[in-house]
Design a protein around this ligand. Structure first.
Ligand code: ADP
Ligand code: CP
Length: 328
């Protein structure tokens, strides 16, 4: 398989908080600086990178602030919270990446695009909240908020998390601006938090809606939009794992779309965390992408080189070619 040339790197919202989940500004800045150091290594090494990022922890925290301050200042809707996270995270990423590139003698222009993503007004996800946002709480604390009418789900080891509607992203509406920046050689951050969810009303006008999109799903649209050969999903684990959290846990190395789809159907990847990443990888590769890689931030370069991570290839390619690595 040819070397990756243009890569969409999707960074999880978790990669932007401290390892204990703290989202204090200093912790977020430090985490983003670390992430951008890894990205700068790729860019300085000649890979063309287009970036996107999650916002789950951050947008959930904004929602809480809104609610706590509602009696003093008017609360703003969830799409505005999403837009705000694109602003703060995008600004911090651009700043950190610019500096990291300069330190490597590889200075180049960097920009973040406030991005809207079209969703269907009648998407059933609006009445079935599924996207985890904000902090983790224990079951008793979560029960207090459930009693107030909020939706919370058990996320296992780390606790309970609030969930909000997450319709399917249909189209990145700021495609022309993103395409122009990428074509001009600008390292571009786009569709943060999956994009600000908007619907088209009966008059054809766009209107923001109360939801948080899954950035891994929108990353697939972005990767096709910029004609990336590789989608790299960087998270806080080095591999997608079979039997995750059990004594039989086995990290996946190179895997074909057919095999991965079968593991997914067998329930190996949790909804709301690894599940969407696996689905995004399958979608990208099944619709013409060369490869998708799911790995940790620190393993990104090795993942692109075929030496680490879960590497998803099209089934016919995988049958013909050798497995490049096995992480066991
Ligand atoms: N089968 C699995 N393999 C690996 N990780 C899994 C699996 N199932 C669930 N996870 C969880 O998915 C998490 C990564 O997803 P998520 O928290 O949504 O990350 P991000 O914020 O980076 O998008 C891991 O930290 C791990 O706890
Ligand atoms: N919007 C989104 O998918 O964020 P996370 O990656 O933080 O879950």
């Amino acid at each position: 398989m040819p070397e990756p040339r243009r890569v969409v790197v999707a960074l999880g919202g978790n990669a932007m908080t401290a390892p204990d989940g703290s989202a204090r500004p200093g912790d977020q800045r430090a985490a983003i600086a670390t992430a951008m150091d890894h990205v700068a290594d790729l860019v300085a090494g000649g890979t063309e990178v287009v970036l996107t990022h999650g916002n789950g922890p951050q947008v959930g925290n904004l929602l809480v602030k809104n609610e706590l301050a509602a009696h003093v200042v008017p609360p703003v809707p969830l799409d505005w919270c999403g837009a705000q996270t694109q602003g703060t995270i995008g600004f911090t990423m651009v700043d950190a990446l610019e500096q990291a590139l300069r330190r490597r003698g590889a200075a180049r222009p960097v920009a973040a695009v406030v991005t809207r993503t079209l969703v269907d007004a009648d998407d059933p996800a609006f009445t079935a909240p599924s996207k985890p946002v904000g902090r983790y709480l224990d079951a008793d604390e979560a029960a207090r908020f459930i009693a107030l009418g909020q939706n919370w789900v058990d996320q296992g080891r780390r606790g309970w998390r609030r969930v909000v509607p997450s319709p399917e992203p249909r189209e990145i509406l700021d495609a022309v601006a993103i395409g122009a920046l990428v074509a001009a050689g600008v390292t571009t951050v786009a569709a943060g938090g999956g994009g600000i969810p908007v619907i088209r009303d009966e008059h054809g006008a766009l209107r923001g809606v109360e939801a948080v999109l899954d950035k891994d799903r929108t990353a697939v649209l972005l990767a096709h939009l910029v004609r990336a050969d590789t989608l790299l999903i960087a998270t806080d684990v080095p591999n997608a794992v079979l039997g995750f959290g059990t004594p039989q846990a086995r990290p996946l190395g190179t895997v074909s779309t057919d095999e991965l789809a079968a593991y997914h159907a067998a329930g190996h990847f949790a909804r709301g965390s690894m599940g969407p990443k696996v689905e995004a990888a399958l979608r990208f590769v099944s619709h013409g992408g060369e490869r998708a890689v799911i790995t940790g931030l620190a393993q990104m370069a090795d993942g692109l080189a075929g030496r680490a991570g879960t590497i998803v290839t099209r089934s016919e390619t995988a049958r013909m070619g050798p497995t490049t690595h096995d992480p066991r």
